[in-house]
Ligand binder design. Structure first.
Ligand code: AMP
Length: 300
């Protein structure tokens, strides 16, 4: 089933303790789309400026990603993000954010994007996420991501958004910030009481936690020695998860758990190189192989 994503499309500059990359392909909607395209066709909605290299669009089109919702703003500049990882490769500092066209233009969905049954609202201003959601007709499953900036600065809009989504994904530090609770189990349940039917809390190198009315569980990250650049891990996690749900066409508890596992596995590949370099080199078979290893690791 088609899957719609609305989110940032970016040129990222990344500094790790070992290496640096300037203006590489990034953005929440880009990592999400590529990860989801292992499982399902994807419709990507976002905005870029005139400086956007057209080869990036062609690259995305070479997968099952429909880029007809990617608007090039005449005279505009593409969103840019610059981040620096600390030696533990888990914590990062944002050095620069230039919203550029992302701050000025809200995406308008092409008509054939409006009836997508599966919808992911990647990290963005809640008001703009709501505007995108308003354009979708009769979705079956809506999941959103958010971040500390919006928790601090747009709390009221965020609460409106929470009441309109089925699922929510966020980082552990954001869940603590939102609830003021250091205990993630309590924090996850409290966020679920704010509206969404399920909540996923991402814990970076420690995996992810799931909360619904019926169950609470945690899945560990897939252990990988080679962490080159964690940028996009969270968005790839969401892409793998939503891509699998769209492929299955249901979101029963067992499907959700397997979707979480796929999300974790796609993310484990993302971190093994900069930008989308590692994901470019793998196939669905590589994911299935890692899934078998993961299942063996978890059985006792
Ligand atoms: P992740 O590592 O999964 O949290 O996602 C990193 C991606 O998010 C990068 O490719 C950035 O371009 C993008 N990003 C960073 N800050 C923002 C923001 N304020 N709004 C939207 N996207 C962002």
């Amino acid at each position: 089933m088609p899957l719609l994503v609305v989110g940032s499309v970016a040129l990222d500059s990344v500094h790790t303790p070992h290496d640096t990359r300037e203006d590489v392909l990034g953005g929440s909607a880009v990592f999400f789309s590529y990860a989801a395209s292992f499982f399902s066709s994807v419709r990507l909605s976002g905005v870029v400026g005139e400086d956007w290299p057209p080869e990036h669009t062609r690259f995305l089109q070479s997968r099952r990603i429909d880029t007809s919702g990617l608007h090039v703003v005449p005279g505009g500049k593409t969103f840019r993000w610059r981040g620096k990882y600390l030696p533990n490769m888990n914590d990062r500092e944002t050095l620069e954010v230039h919203l550029n066209v992302l701050g000025d233009v809200d995406p308008v969905l092409p008509d054939d994007f409006k009836r997508c049954p599966y919808v992911f609202l990647a990290n963005g201003a809640p008001q703009s996420q709501l505007k995108s959601l308003d354009q979708v007709i009769g979705p079956r499953l809506v999941v959103a991501d958010t971040m500390d900036l919006w928790i601090r600065e747009a709390h009221e809009d965020l609460m409106k958004l929470f009441r309109r989504v089925d699922g929510l994904v966020m980082n552990d530090s954001e869940a603590k910030l939102l609830t003021g609770d250091e205990n993630l189990v309590r924090a996850g349940q409290r966020i679920r009481e704010m509206g969404p039917k399920f909540v996923v809390i991402k814990k970076g190198e420690h995996g992810a936690m799931f909360f619904s009315q019926y169950e609470t569980y945690v899945l560990p990250a897939f252990p990988t020695e080679q962490v080159v650049d964690p940028t996009g891990a969270g968005d790839s996690f969401a892409g793998g998860m939503m891509g699998y749900l769209a492929e299955r066409g249901d979101f029963e508890p067992q499907s959700l758990k397997k979707a979480m596992a796929y999300g974790i596995l796609v993310a484990s590949f993302t971190v093994e190189d900069f930008s989308l370099e590692r994901l470019k080199g793998i196939t669905r078979e590589d994911l299935e192989f890692r899934l078998q290893q993961y299942q063996r690791m978890l059985s006792f």
